[in-house]
Design a protein around this ligand. Structure first.
Ligand code: LER
Ligand code: MN
Length: 272
């Protein structure tokens, strides 16, 4: 497995759940702390110029693990289950930008809260709106070598696709080879009855993983069943990224250092 940390631009909102803000300085810190990669939490793809990104990655010996899209929802209120045509066009354009970026960097684009909610509407109508956008984007991403990864998110943040079983059911409905799933153990701790069993039951679609402890602090700072998680990931032969997506407590540097020390220390045998 490889270890990554979520980062964003300086102006990212608090609920972007990133450890570091400001791309150049975040990448320098990630490298110094021993991370292998960074996840880019973006509002739009032109926040980062490709040539500059390439240079920063080379200078800091890092890879992009994935492009994540939570801020497209949190800061711009764009989401898959929206019926407004103009908003849908803007969302499609935004994700095409992410896919173009990911085709050169990381080849993975996350769909988290930006899938949208039911918000009291007819479930079948919302699901159709979601499937329509997911299918069009998978078709755009396929020839560009990019995969879309849908993240189950807990009920207190969104009311649509909360656990891995629900996510698998929807991934099957999308039915595209490049449309899979990315569990986040913070959400799983709230929504999945048994984290290890759920990872194993849904193993076919597990393509990427977010890590945080039960309090969304650094791994090791809560009561997350890490032995169970690593044992399940190892059991299913998971060899991809684990990305730290946590609140920057007590401060970003300490949180990022504690995470890497805990994961590469206690669970070092799982990291190459
Ligand atoms: C939000 O809680 C989260 O985990 C993000 O990765 C999804 O937008
Ligand atoms: Mn997450």
């Amino acid at each position: 497995m490889k270890l990554s940390v979520a980062i964003a631009g300086v102006e990212a909102m608090p609920n972007a759940f990133v450890v570091f803000r400001g791309v150049p300085q975040s990448m320098k810190k990630a490298h110094e702390l021993g991370y292998d990669g960074v996840e880019l939490a973006l509002k739009r793809s032109d926040e980062i110029e490709k040539g500059e990104l390439k240079r920063l990655l080379r200078e800091n010996s890092l890879e992009v693990s994935a492009v994540s899209s939570g801020q497209v929802f949190a800061a711009r209120n764009l989401y898959f289950t929206d019926e407004n045509k103009e908003n849908r066009k803007e969302l499609f354009k935004t994700f095409c930008g992410f896919i173009d970026l990911a085709s050169d960097f990381g080849q993975l684009v996350n769909i988290g809260r930006t899938r949208g909610s039911f918000a009291g509407r007819d479930h079948a109508v919302c699901e159709d709106l979601f499937l329509d956008m997911a299918t069009s984007l998978s078709d755009y991403a396929m020839p560009r070598g990019v995969e879309l990864i849908l993240e189950p998110v807990n009920r207190y943040e969104i009311d649509f696709i909360n656990n891995l079983d629900e996510c698998t059911a929807l991934v099957k409905k999308v039915d595209k080879k490049n449309f899979t799933m990315m569990p986040d153990v913070f959400h799983m701790n709230i929504e999945d009855a048994h984290i290890g069993e759920s990872l194993m039951r849904n193993k076919e679609y597990v393509r990427y993983v977010h890590f945080a402890d039960t309090n969304r602090h650094a791994p090791g700072d809560g009561h997350m069943p890490w032995d169970e998680i690593f044992s399940a990931l190892s059991n299913i032969g998971y060899d991809g990224w684990t990305t730290v997506e946590i609140l920057p407590y007590p401060d970003p540097e300490t949180a990022a250092k504690r995470s890497v020390d805990f994961l590469k220390g206690t669970y070092g045998k799982y990291y190459k």
